[in-house]
Design a binder for this molecule. Structure first.
Ligand code: WT7
Length: 645
């Protein structure tokens, strides 16, 4: 397939960028023409960042799955849509063509309908990385239901909170999931999350691990049984629900600087156009290429670059169930070799972790099929960038450093593979349509001049089609979180540099959000969880540089339980209790790396915790803690320094 909107030279990028800024509506309208709409939109763009209100392609009618499946059937029905590689390399992989995927999505759409799912209903999906996960997502989109995928590392409590927030009536899950040597009992976690739940009516359970599960009559049904009913009736097609461009497509929860995760809402039309546009341009996808994004579909990266981006482009998307180090640290390279992968998109944390195993795991692996490499999720350090370039790309493959967020839907800043320049650890240039600005704390726009490199808080001036529309059930929260800090602009929460070439380098979060292994964790959420432990009086969490994870989690805890830190030998046990509490409240992904017991926290006279001081200590920078005279109790700083882990 030819993509008329694929940028093929640096000059063309510059021209398209200019065109997109001069007239965003005209620009995105011309891209949107390339999709299958039931009815064309009447208004390309209507927006303000005050409410905020953002509408793209208003009046346009479509179903995203017709763009991801039906429209490819005639020409590429026999082309692989999904290649699935199981956790265990001994188990057989699966190849699902566009025709087969269309059929499976249609059948599961019938299953959803038979179980009462209607347009606009919220369906929570909690599954491992098996094709049925992609099928469930697409079937939701086909019937017009709003999917809310929850990553398998979240606890029952986290799921319960999300079910409540979204008032979800349906769940699709698995008995269990394989991840490396582990077997995660997903259905049992779901059962715990449903204790006291009043909204969920049906739970559809796909079989993967065949671990024993409880199946409650009237509520729980097996995926396979439900599919059989549909098959018996010979139902292979399902007419897709007609959606408005601005109807919600999905909710995805993400942490912020407050205690409660927020449900980021993306809509059908704009998300589809922008995901597809960035997929084709950033990775320079060519028909027939095999695209391997190593993310889990539980995160936005998987939504956009395993499911919707590649499938809307008629691409072949490789989905991997396992982890990079199982059965050994050569697994990614085995997969690249086995399927002749052309595009590999992964996270800096994975690269750093694999670097730690040396070059042995790469030996004997044929990586010559690779054409493009990508990274996402956190700043990539130069050492990791060069290792990736030398040992994986063999200096032949451009590396795209893609900066974006759950809220932005898809990439906003990235070089275009082989088209625009790559600079190690710089995300470089904004995508067409994106007007980035750096501002100081007062919101004053900083202007780059001459040779200088400027540094500020990264904001965006206008809307692009993939921007979030709201936070589910709480629009005011969306406004205060993203549009109120610097009025008239979307604030990313990241700091960045801009150099004389107009290139951006992301320096990291400037709010109280940590980025651990490319996953976002709000310190307030983590502190809430720690404070729920019976003996904890108060806590403060900060990040510190971590060789593999990028940021590690450092928790300072005031503990006064009967199993106190002063009782020799019990501190480690208390740490384990606290970690257990966090695992229950949030999930295993939020475990702190270090827990230091303290008798007090550095606070200003008005009671505000001085995180700057705690951060310095956690970083091991004990001498530059700075002036502590304004503190309520300056002595506590020395105590904390002395007890540093
Ligand atoms: C935060 C968003 C984008 C999908 C995965 C994470 C950080 C993301 C980069 C990059 C430096 C990056 C930012 C951003 N981030 N990509 N290429 N270079 N930092 O999505 O969980 O919504 O987190 O990840 O800090 O704000 P997310």
């Amino acid at each position: 397939m030819h993509y008329p909107y694929q940028i093929t030279s640096y000059e063309q990028y510059q021209a398209e960028y200019k065109r997109s800024i001069d007239d965003p509506a005209e620009f995105w309208s011309s891209v949107a023409e390339n999709f299958q709409w039931r009815k064309k939109w009447h208004t390309t763009l209507n927006w303000n960042f005050t409410d905020p209100k953002i509408e793209w392609f208003k009046g346009g009618k479509l179903n995203i799955t017709e763009n991801c499946l039906d429209r490819h059937l005639e020409k590429s029905g026999d082309m692989p849509a999904l290649i699935w590689e199981p956790n265990d390399p001994e188990e057989h992989h699966r190849i699902i063509t566009y025709r087969k995927l269309h059929e499976k999505v249609c059948q599961f759409s019938h299953v959803l309908k038979n179980n009462g799912v209607k347009k606009g209903d919220r369906v929570c999906i909690y599954m491992g990385m098996i094709p049925e996960l992609a099928i469930a997502i697409l079937a939701c989109a086909r019937v017009g239901a709003i999917h809310s995928v929850i990553f398998g590392g979240f606890s029952a409590q986290s799921i319960a909170d999300r079910l409540y927030d979204a008032q979800a009536e349906f769940i699709v899950t698995c008995d269990g999931a394989y991840r490396g040597a582990k077997d995660i009992p997903l259905k049992s976690v779901i059962d715990d999350s449903l204790i006291g739940n009043r909204t969920v009516k049906k739970v559809i359970v796909a079989t993967r691990t065949r671990t024993a599960v409880s199946m409650i009559k009237g509520r729980d049904v097996w995926w396979e049984d439900e599919i059989k009913k549909v098959e018996t009736l010979g139902l292979h097609d399902f007419p897709a629900e007609e959606m408005d461009a601005e109807d919600p497509l999905f909710i995805l929860y993400t942490s912020g600087s407050t205690g409660k995760p927020k449900g980021v809402v993306h809509t059908c039309g704009g998300y589809m156009v922008y995901t597809n546009y960035t997929f084709i341009n950033v990775f320079q996808y060519q028909t027939g290429d095999i695209h391997f994004c190593t993310a889990d579909i539980g995160w936005i990266t998987g939504h956009s670059y395993i499911v919707y981006g590649p499938l809307s482009a008629g691409a072949t998307s490789l989905m991997f169930e396992g982890v990079p180090t199982f059965p050994d640290a050569g697994r990614f390279w085995d997969i690249v070799d086995k399927f002749k992968v052309n595009i590999l998109y992964t996270a800096p944390t994975a690269i750093r972790s694999l670097m730690g195993f040396g070059l042995g795991p790469l030996q004997g692996k044929n990586l010559s099929s690779l054409k493009v490499l990508g990274t996402v999720g956190e700043p990539i350090n130069e050492e990791a960038w060069h290792w990736y370039d030398e040992h994986v790309g063999k200096h032949r493959c451009p590396i795209v450093d893609t900066w974006w967020q759950t809220e932005t839907g898809d990439c906003l800043i990235s070089n275009l593979a082989g088209i625009t320049p790559a600079v190690p650890s710089w995300a470089t240039l904004p995508m067409p349509g994106l007007q980035m600005v750096l501002v100081d704390e007062n919101g004053k726009e900083l202007v780059q001049e001459g040779e200088e490199t400027i540094s500020g808080n990264l904001c965006i001036k206008g809307p692009w089609p993939g921007i979030l529309r709201t936070t589910y059930g709480d629009h005011e929260r969306c406004r205060t979180n993203y549009f109120a800090t610097y009025p008239g602009m979307y604030f990313t929460g990241d700091g960045a540099l801009k150099d004389k070439n107009g290139f951006y380098r992301i320096t990291g979060r400037v709010d109280d959000v940590l980025n651990v292994s490319g996953h976002r964790i709000g310190t307030a959420e983590l502190e809430n969880a720690i404070n729920m432990h019976a003996g904890v009086v108060e806590s403060a969490v900060v990040g510190y540089p971590h060789d593999v994870k990028g940021q590690g989690i450092y928790a300072y805890v005031i503990y006064q339980g009967s199993h106190g830190q002063d009782t020799h030998g019990t501190a480690d046990l208390v740490r384990k209790d606290i970690i257990q509490t966090i695992t229950r409240i949030i999930g295993a992904i939020a475990k702190p790396d270090k827990i230091q017991f303290v008798s007090g926290l550095p606070k200003t006279r008005s009671g505000k915790i001085m995180r700057r001081i705690l951060r310095k200590i956690a970083e091991g920078d004990l001498d530059s803690v700075g002036d502590t005279s304004a503190l309520l109790d300056p002595a506590v700083v020395d105590e904390i320094k002395n007890g540093k882990l």
